[in-house]
Each structure stands twice: as structure tokens, then as C-alpha cells.
Design a protein around this ligand. Structure first.
Ligand code: ARG
Length: 456
């Protein structure tokens, strides 16, 4: 078997080394990026007269042919195709003849692979961001449709205060907008061309890294060749943005798992987005929500795995860095599937407003409104808290219904008791960004504007 480095070696690689070393099984999905990088490199070599215009033409035509073969599945890999870079160069040389042997002039797989991964990551960020925009707009639509319906808001998973359903849905929506911003911010640091760094130190040849960067559509070129080939911050940052997004989806998933349970009964899932049980005929399971919850573990693993790989690596390129691609690809693939399924599940979900409101209508959830009623009449909050706490204790001890105790209380009375009526407490959440109808109407408007500003 003839390797790219056969000149220096008397013998071929051991089978065990080859299997460990080969990245072709997973990096061949970057073939378009690899060909794009080679096109830009060859064009640059032509512009600095390292290749004649005829040689450039021949190699570009061969690159077109190789890309077509890879795209239509007719490309035949050979055992020495260690990675996609090796495979493309080998085939280009077969097709182009001697000019093909000039393709790798002034280039190393070290700057080449960094270029490919960056190009792949830019497209992946754009695709995932679009899907997050889609999920956020589904949440926005559901919030608009929820009107003034409300449900219990929780702290410690104990009922705390009623909140509008729209408010609850948009809480997740705002987190997704931050995820979109985080991906966009990471993208800025992905958008840098490493091509021209060579193996680690640049070249004696008159390469033009600016031209290559421009041809590939990168916003900038590298500043330091050692950094260019060893930097995988952009992968780590992208993985972090995806992981935090995954953590957000896991929290959404967890709530829908709870809400779809018989005990809550807050939502019914569409048949298309739930599964049955192989044994128990009555079951309808929230698998999409559970997987949205579960996939976060895998995303966290991919991020921490990559950070562990990067830790302690000396400059510049080390083969350890070949371990960057599988977690990146896996996290992007995982996120694509999760976002699509969760979006479909939420889009088709039916909210059971009656169950939500019944559950939110406990008079105890309005205890803070009683305390604030007293505050508005001049009582220090700590004292009013104690007064209402005392009434709640009496009601729970069976000394009377809270409404009656409140109505009879000298400092509270019937006006205060009216605050406990179903549907009233949520009306009184009037502050900006709060959970009541007027504030949420403004919020829905602001959310729509913030989302529109992030639509690609
Ligand atoms: N397959 C390698 C990777 O994914 C490409 C770079 C190999 N460079 C090298 N000097 N062996 O990182």
C-alpha cells in the first residue's frame, strides 16, 4: 500500500495502526469542504505562479470530477485513503496526472483539516440556528394562542403563584434566543481561515493566505501559524453553545413529561409525537420529550470529551486533534433531530386549560396578594407576611376556609377575600416582565420583535 509519506518509509503500516489512525469513516462527510478548500488553494497557487493556468484548470476539473464521484457514490476508496484529504488528493492525482501532484504545494493536512472543520462548522451553525429560530417561533405562536389562560407557576416544584401559560412558554423562548446569540457569537471565531499555516510554520513559497481566505468566504485569516493548526477553541465553543441549547431542551422536555402525566394532565400529545407500549395497551408515552431530556447527557459528554482531549496538548498539531470531529458531528446530528422532533411535538400539543386553571386556582396561591394588600395599606411587609401566614396556618388546621378567615379579618375583609377568587391572582401580576395579561401582551410583542431580528 502506498501512503502519502511512502518516500521516508521502507515498510507499510501495521493493520492495527491503520485501523486506529484512519479517520475516513467519519471525516468523509466533509468532502465538499475539502474540495472547496483545495479549489481555493489551487487558484491561489496559480495566482502566485506556482502552477500554470493550464495546470490550475486541469486540477480544478479533476476536483469537480472527484466531488461529483463523492456526491453520487461512485468514488472508490482504496486502503491507503487514510482520511478524506488523502482520498481526494489521491484521486485528483489519478485524474489530473502530473499537475495533480502539485495540489498539496505549500499545504499540510494540518491546515487543511482545520479549514475543512471550520467550513463544516459554519454551515452547521447556520442550519442549527435556523432550527432554533423555528422552535422559538413555535413557542411564540403557542404563546399567542394561549391568550389569558394560566397555570400554576412552581418553585421547588411546589405550586407558587399562577402565571399565564404564554408567560411560561416564552420563558423557554427567551432562553432559545440566547442560544441563537451564543451560536452567532461562536460563529465569529469559527469564521477564520487557517489555510496557509502549513504544517505549523508557514512556507518558503510565496503563498497568499489572504486570497485563500477571501475565496473561501472567511471573514479573516489566521494571525499565527502555530495557533492556526492547533486551535480547536471554535469546536469547543460550538459544542458548548449546542450543549447549553441541549440543556434548555432537556428542561422543556422534563416539563412536558410531567405535564403529560395523568397526575398533571396539563397537555395531550399528538399521536404522531408519542409512542405506545409493547406490553401495556393503555400507554401513550412522551418519548420525544424524554429524549429531548436525555440527549443533553450525550451533548455534555461530547463537550467534556473534547475539552479533555484538548487539555495539555502542546503546540501545534497533534493527532489527538483528530478526535475533534466525532463529538462535533454527533452533537450537530443530535441537535438537528431533537429540535425537529420537539418542534413538531410542541406544534401539535393540546393544552388542557381546564386542568391547568383548576390546579392554579388554589386560594393559597394568592397568599402573597393578601400580604401585598396589607402593604398597600401601610403595613410593613414582614408583618403582613406573618398575618397572612397565620391565616394560612389556621385554614390548614381546619379552623375555616381561607376565604372566610380573610373576609372576617379586621385588616383584610371582603375586598381582600375577592383577591382569592379563581383567575384573579394572575391579573394582578402587573409589573413589566411579570406573569399577568397586560405585561405578557407587551412581552409577546417584544419577543416577536427579538425573534424577527434573529431570523437569518
Ligand atoms: N485526519 C487528520 C485529522 O483529522 C488530518 C490531519 C492529519 N495530519 C497529520 N499530520 N497526520 O486531524
Amino acid at each position: 500500500m502506498s501512503t502519502l509519506w511512502h518516500g521516508r518509509f521502507a515498510g507499510g503500516p501495521a493493520e492495527a495502526l491503520q485501523q486506529l489512525n484512519d479517520s475516513l469513516p467519519f471525516d468523509q462527510r466533509m468532502f465538499r469542504e475539502d474540495v472547496a478548500g483545495s479549489r481555493a488553494h489551487v487558484a491561489m497557487l496559480g495566482s502566485v505562479d506556482l502552477l500554470s493556468s493550464n495546470e490550475v484548470e486541469v486540477v480544478l476539473a479533476a476536483l469537480d470530477a472527484v466531488e461529483a464521484e463523492l456526491a453520487n457514490g461512485s468514488f472508490v476508496f482504496v486502503p491507503s485513503d487514510e482520511d478524506i484529504h488523502t482520498a481526494v488528493e489521491r484521486r485528483v492525482t489519478e485524474i489530473a496526472g502530473p499537475p495533480g501532484a502539485k495540489l498539496h504545494t505549500g499545504r499540510s493536512r494540518n491546515d487543511q483539516v482545520a479549514t475543512d472543520v471550520r467550513l463544516w462548522t459554519l454551515a452547521a451553525i447556520d442550519e442549527i440556528s435556523e432550527l432554533v429560530v423555528r422552535l422559538a417561533s413555535t413557542l411564540g405562536r403557542k404563546a399567542d394562542a394561549a391568550g389569558d389562560h394560566y397555570l400554576p407557576g412552581y418553585t421547588h416544584l411546589q405550586q407558587a403563584q399562577p402565571v399565564l401559560l404564554a408567560h411560561h412558554l416564552l420563558a423557554h423562548g427567551w432562553a432559545l434566543l440566547r442560544d441563537i446569540d451564543r451560536l452567532a457569537d461562536a460563529r465569529v471565531r469559527v469564521d477564520v481561515s487557517p489555510l496557509g499555516a502549513g504544517a505549523l510554520a508557514g512556507s518558503s513559497l510565496p503563498l497568499d493566505a489572504d486570497l485563500v481566505a477571501e475565496n473561501l468566504g472567511f471573514a479573516a485569516r489566521f494571525e499565527n501559524s502555530l495557533d492556526a493548526v492547533s486551535d480547536r477553541d471554535f469546536v469547543a465553543e460550538t459544542l458548548f453553545a449546542l450543549t447549553l441549547l441541549g440543556v434548555h431542551l432537556s428542561r422543556i422536555g422534563e416539563e412536558f413529561v410531567l405535564w403529560s402525566s395523568t397526575e398533571f394532565g396539563f397537555v395531550s400529545l399528538d399521536d404522531a409525537f408519542s409512542t405506545g407500549s409493547s406490553m401495556l395497551p393503555q400507554k401513550k408515552n412522551p418519548d420525544v420529550a424524554e429524549l429531548a431530556r436525555g440527549k443533553a447527557g450525550r451533548l455534555i459528554g461530547n463537550l467534556t470529551g473534547l475539552l479533555a482531549t484538548m487539555k495539555n496538548l502542546p503546540l501545534a498539531y497533534n493527532k489527538d486533534l483528530q478526535e475533534d470531529k466525532e463529538p462535533l458531528f454527533d452533537s450537530v446530528d443530535t441537535m438537528r433531530l431533537t429540535l425537529l422532533a420537539l418542534d413538531g411535538m410542541i406544534d401539535t400539543i393540546v393544552f388542557n386549560h381546564e386542568a391547568m386553571e383548576k390546579s392554579a386556582d388554589s386560594p393559597y396561591a394568592a397568599a402573597i396578594d393578601l400580604a401585598e394588600f396589607l402593604v398597600a395599606r401601610g403595613m410593613p411587609f414582614r408583618d403582613s407576611h406573618a398575618v397572612v401566614g397565620g391565616l394560612v396556618r389556621e385554614a390548614l388546621a381546619g379552623e375555616g376556609a381561607l376565604e372566610e378567615l380573610v373576609a372576617q379579618h379586621p385588616e383584610l375583609g371582603p375586598d381582600a377575600a375577592a383577591l382569592l377568587r379563581p383567575g384573579v391572582p394572575v391579573q394582578n401580576r402587573t409589573t413589566s416582565g411579570g406573569a399577568g395579561p397586560a405585561a405578557v401582551a407587551t412581552q409577546r410583542q417584544r419577543f416577536a420583535e427579538a425573534l424577527a431580528a434573529r431570523v437569518p
